[in-house]
Design a protein around this ligand. Sequence first.
Ligand SMILES: Nc1ccn([C@@H]2O[C@H](COP(=O)(O)OP(=O)(O)OP(=O)(O)O)[C@@H](O)[C@H]2O)c(=O)n1
Ligand SMILES: C[C@](O)(CO)[C@H](O)COP(=O)(O)O
Length: 233
Amino acid sequence: MTQAIKFWAVVPAAGVGKRMQSDRPKQYLELAGKTVIEQTLTRLLDAEVFSAIAVAISVEDPYWPELELSRHPQVLTAPGGKERADSVLSALKSLQDRANHDDWVLVHDAARPCITSEDIHKLIATLADDEVGGILALSSHDTLKDVQDNAIVGTLDRRHIWRALTPQMFRYGMLKVALTEAEGNPMITDEASALELKGLKPKIVEGRPDNLKITRPEDLALATFYLEQQAAR
Ligand SMILES: Nc1ccn([C@@H]2O[C@H](COP(=O)(O)OP(=O)(O)OP(=O)(O)O)[C@@H](O)[C@H]2O)c(=O)n1
Ligand SMILES: C[C@](O)(CO)[C@H](O)COP(=O)(O)O
C-alpha cells in the first residue's frame, strides 16, 4: 500500500546575523511582541500542513531553549552548520527516520517572519504534482543593469531575472542527495541551486513582496509594518 505523501518544514536558524550588527543573532530580535523566529515558526504551525518542523540551531545558541516553542511537540531541533546549506542538510538528516523519499520538504528561512499561509498553500498547490519542485520568487518591477567596476555595461531582460524567496519546496530524497553532493560549494546559497547543479529546473511560483528576509537593521521596521498590514486584512 502506497503511503500518503507528507509535508515537512526545515527552518535554517543557525546564522549569526553579521549584517544586522545587533547584540544577538537577528532571529532573536523582537518583532511585533515576539522574537523573529517565534513569528516565523508560528506562521508555519498556523499553516496546519506540516507533520513536523525541523529547526537548525547553532550549537552555541543560548536563546533557543528559553523559547516555549522549542518544546512544541511538532518542533524538532537539529545542530546548525557552518553555512546555511550545511544547516539545511543537518535538519534534513534529523528527519531521516520520519520522512519518506517522496515526501515534500519546504525549507524556509527563520529570518523571513512575514510568510503567509496563503503563499505556503499556493506553493504546495502549484507544485504538489511536479517532478522537481520549486520556489517562491519575486519578479522585478525595476529596470535591471549589468554592472562591472561601478559602470553599467548592459541592461538585463527583467523577464528572466527573479529574486529567490523561501519556502523552497523539494522532495526529501532528491533534496538530501543534492545538498550532500553540493557540500562545501560556496555557490549553493539556496536549495534550488543545489538541484540546478544536477541539471534539474525548479519551477518559479510568484510570491508576496512582503515576504522579506530580515538582513539589515532597517528591515525590522519594514517587517513590523508588513505584519501590521497583514493583521489588518
Ligand atoms: N550557517 C548558517 C547561516 C545562516 N543560517 C540561516 O539561514 C537564513 C538566511 O541566512 P542569512 O539571512 O544570510 O542569515 P545570517 O547568515 O545569519 O546573516 P549574515 O549573513 O548577515 O550573517 C537565516 O534564517 C539564518 O539563520 C543557518 O541556519 N546557518
Ligand atoms: C535562501 C535565500 O533566502 C534566497 O533568497 C537567501 O539566499 C538566504 O540568504 P543568504 O544571505 O544568501 O544566506
